[in-house]
Design a protein around this ligand. Structure first.
Ligand code: SF4
Length: 315
């Protein structure tokens, strides 16, 4: 068996920053630490932090007045920030800067009187947060059919933005339908689909052409991980989205296969290595890492924690 290990894979700069933020909060701030929604969409990461005393909530009514609350990498709506202020919470914002960029974009379009067609998945934490910035001006577009039928008050004042973790190809299809309908359609100056999503999708697309089967390490509620599995499957091979080696089934594999492996942006490398070890032990697999692109993106910790860290160093 041959394993083609995709690179880039796994943690992106936004996930690294969010996890490091929570680590710093655990080190420097009084417990318990509350987090609004999952810090990143990965079961293993969330259960590890839960074991260490972090409390994840989906409703601010579960957070006591004056407590410490982290906003996850996916961002929150202004309504959540307002409610947190009312509850006098000490907040730390671990929103990925690339999500914040989309928030700013939709605010700017809405202030200029545009209707914003936001391409994304209903109910995803990121979309809920972004829509909350200008609910009166945003229409959610989930598929090509909705792109074909959406109505707007003024066809000369229409813009689009997208969720950061969409399939590049799906998003392009939807946006081209919108362009065909609205000739004056405005868009973001730079892609909203983030570098990490694009790079991981590109690597899967290239390697799937050589593989007999693809494993994507990631959780079912991770949008970018699901897209990776869909892209691999679209090339006509079996593709499995698994949380880790414990979900692998021996009868999926044959000793003479080429198996592609990648990981979504929120999946830890230890779980990837667990899958590699599983195939090595059972099928004597050899590993080839394929580097499709280098990544050198890094985001700083939120200002609230940089200050706490500096104060601790100086004391
Ligand atoms: S996937 Fe992209 S937008 Fe989401 S946290 Fe990572 S870098 Fe940020």
């Amino acid at each position: 068996m041959r394993i083609l290990l995709a690179f880039p894979r796994g943690f992106c700069a936004g996930v690294n920053m969010a996890i490091e933020t929570l680590e710093e909060a655990l080190r420097r701030l009084p417990p318990p630490i509350y987090v609004y929604h999952e810090i990143v969409h990965n079961r293993w990461v969330v259960s590890e932090f839960t074991r260490r005393g972090v409390i994840f909530v989906d409703d601010l009514n579960e957070v006591p007045r004056g407590a410490t609350l982290l906003y996850s990498a996916h961002g929150v709506s202004p309504e959540i920030r307002r409610r947190a202020e009312e509850l006098q919470l000490r907040t730390v914002d671990a929103t990925c800067p690339l999500v914040t960029k989309v928030h700013r974009e939709v605010i700017r379009f809405a202030e200029q009187g545009f209707t914003v067609l936001l391409v994304g998945h209903a109910g995803h934490d990121e979309i809920v947060g972004t829509m909350g910035e200008a609910p009166h001006a945003i229409r959610l577009i989930e598929n090509e059919e909705q792109a074909d039928t959406v109505t707007v008050p003024d066809s000369q004042k229409v813009a689009y933005s997208t969720q950061t973790t969409l399939s590049v190809d799906d998003a392009e299809r939807i946006v081209s339908r919108l362009r065909a309908r609205f000739s004056a359609l405005h868009g973001p100056a730079r892609d909203d689909i983030c570098y990490a999503t694009q790079n991981r999708q590109e690597a899967v697309r290239v390697l799937a052409a050589e593989a007999d089967l693809f494993l994507v390490v990631g959780s079912q509620n991770s949008s970018n991980s699901r897209r990776l599995a869909e892209i691999a499957a679209a090339s006509g091979i079996p593709a499995y989205l698994v949380d880790g080696p414990h979900e692998l089934h021996e009868d999926w594999f044959h000793p003479d296969q080429t198996v592609g492996i990648t990981a979504g942006a929120s999946a830890p490398e230890s779980l990837v290595q667990g899958c590699v070890a599983y195939l090595r032990e059972r099928f004597d697999a050899i590993v080839e890492e394929r580097v499709l692109r280098e990544e050198n993106v890094h985001f700083s910790l939120p200002i609230e924690l940089r200050d706490a860290r500096r104060a601790a160093r100086e004391s």
